[in-house]
Design a protein around this ligand. Structure first.
Ligand code: SF4
Length: 429
């Protein structure tokens, strides 16, 4: 069972290249790819570039379309931005209900425990479900970006945009880790008619292997645009790939929602949450807030970032001790990523990965953020459009249906979900 779950890639993943190629060669199917933020800064290493040397992004769209005419390529950066809108408002709502006892958004029964913990890393979610099953209400109810986009691809893109039957869609995620392969099997990630939101996962290494098998040199591809819609992403989405990035992206949006102003840091860069220290803390004071949020005037929002299982455990033990003794935890919002450095150091990324390589990928990630014209999730025009036309409001009815999830103790989870026979069929990538 570890095989599908190992976030660091210590155990090699089962390859899903064959079923993906079979789907592309099946004329009755439409294959829709999505690609995580951290892929673009690492995949070039598989094609002869040095770590941190080159971003390959739209080149991947070109390469995937060369495999078949029934291929669409969307971008998980869109749903990373969507995650920030939902998670940022969830944080604000939890804070507001704790401070005032009243609600602004969401349903009456949403969890309001603080600190709120990020939920975009499946390795971290498994860690929580196994080790801290009595504290699952601290996890944000937001699905991961891949979970959100998977649900929207079959539930919204196929039905509402393309007028297609979701059963004819094969949804493939290109992801940095093997934990994502386990995530797609979660019963919570299934559509209305019982189909899986995501059918197959290719790690970065599997993507490279699949392209090489087809004699496609990714480094020589011309860039072409992703398909519409759900493919626009901001710099805030790009930085999801590094430790502290989700926190920084969330603060850029939450601070502006509460105060009406941009975060007070040069170039929007929140240096205090960046870096490779295992646990980092920061605080941001809310002053001159909008009338709607006057209950927050003068409050300092305290945050922490941890990466790697040992640091996750240290942070959780601090929160648990505070909770058990009836005291508030030292933070309001905590980001945890299972892999050292975040997804740029995920187990499905090009090998080798060491501190120097993680730092090179991180540097390239922040460069990409700086180079993009839009760097705040709430400025993404496709995000604005989907709320106007479909989702209506964060934490609303449609958001709840497609974008939020639940968690359960591993001890009571149906372990048959992880088929040991399937797991036995290993491929070296
Ligand atoms: Fe996967 Fe990223 Fe979590 Fe590592 S940090 S387990 S790569 S989602």
């Amino acid at each position: 069972q570890c095989i599908n779950r190992c976030p660091t890639g210590a155990i090699t993943e089962k390859s899903e290249i064959r079923p993906v190629l079979d789907a592309i060669n099946d004329p009755t199917k439409t294959v829709v790819f999505q690609m995580a933020p951290s892929i673009r800064v690492a995949v070039a290493e598989e094609f002869g570039f040095k770590p941190g040397e080159k971003i390959l992004k739209n080149e991947i769209a070109t390469a995937l379309r060369k495999l078949g005419s029934n291929v669409f390529v969307l971008d998980t950066n869109f749903s990373a931005d969507l995650t920030i809108i939902e998670e940022g408002h969830e944080l604000i709502e939890r804070l507001y209900r704790n401070v005032t006892g009243k609600k602004l958004l969401g349903d009456d029964h949403m969890p309001i425990e603080l600190p709120m913990l990020t939920s975009c890393c499946p390795g971290w979610i498994m860690f929580m479900e196994k080790n801290y099953p009595d504290m699952l209400n601290h996890l944000s109810t937001c699905k991961s970006p891949q979970g959100m986009l998977g649900a929207l691809i079959k539930g919204y893109w196929a039905k509402n945009i393309k007028k297609m039957d979701p059963k004819d869609i094969v949804s493939v995620s290109i992801m940095p880790c093997t934990a994502k392969k386990a995530e797609k099997e979660r019963p919570q990630l299934r559509g209305d008619e019982g189909y899986k939101d995501v059918d197959y996962i290719l790690t970065t290494r599997e993507l490279a292997k699949m392209l090489k098998q087809s004699n496609i040199d990714l480094g020589k591809m011309e860039p072409t645009p992703f398909d519409k819609v759900m493919s626009e992403g901001t710099g805030a989405a790009v930085i999801f790939g590094v430790t502290g990035g989700v926190m920084e992206a969330a603060l850029r949006t939450a601070y502006e929602v509460i105060t009406g102003r941009e975060v007070p840091f040069k170039n929007l860069n929140i240096e205090a949450v960046r870096g490779m220290d295992g646990i980092r803390e920061a605080g941001i004071k809310l002053e001159n807030v909008l009338d709607k949020y006057k209950a927050f005037e003068g409050v300092t929002v305290k945050v922490a970032i941890a990466h790697g299982p040992n640091n996750a455990r240290k942070v959780m033990d601090i929160i648990k001790r505070a909770k058990d003794s009836g005291k508030p935890a030292p933070w309001h919002f905590v980001e945890v990523m299972a892999c050292p450095g975040g997804c740029i150091g995920g187990g499905g990324q090009p090998k080798p990965t060491n501190l120097e390589i993680r730092q090179a990928r991180t540097k390239l990630t922040f460069k990409e953020d700086m180079d993009l014209p839009l760097r705040k999730s709430h400025d993404n025009p496709e995000i604005k459009a989907i709320y106007e036309t479909y989702l209506k409001e964060p934490l609303g009815h449609n958001s709840h249906h497609y974008l939020h999830t639940t968690y359960s103790s591993q001890k009571v989870r149906d372990m048959n979900l992880y088929n040991p026979n399937e797991a036995a069929g290993l491929d070296e990538i």
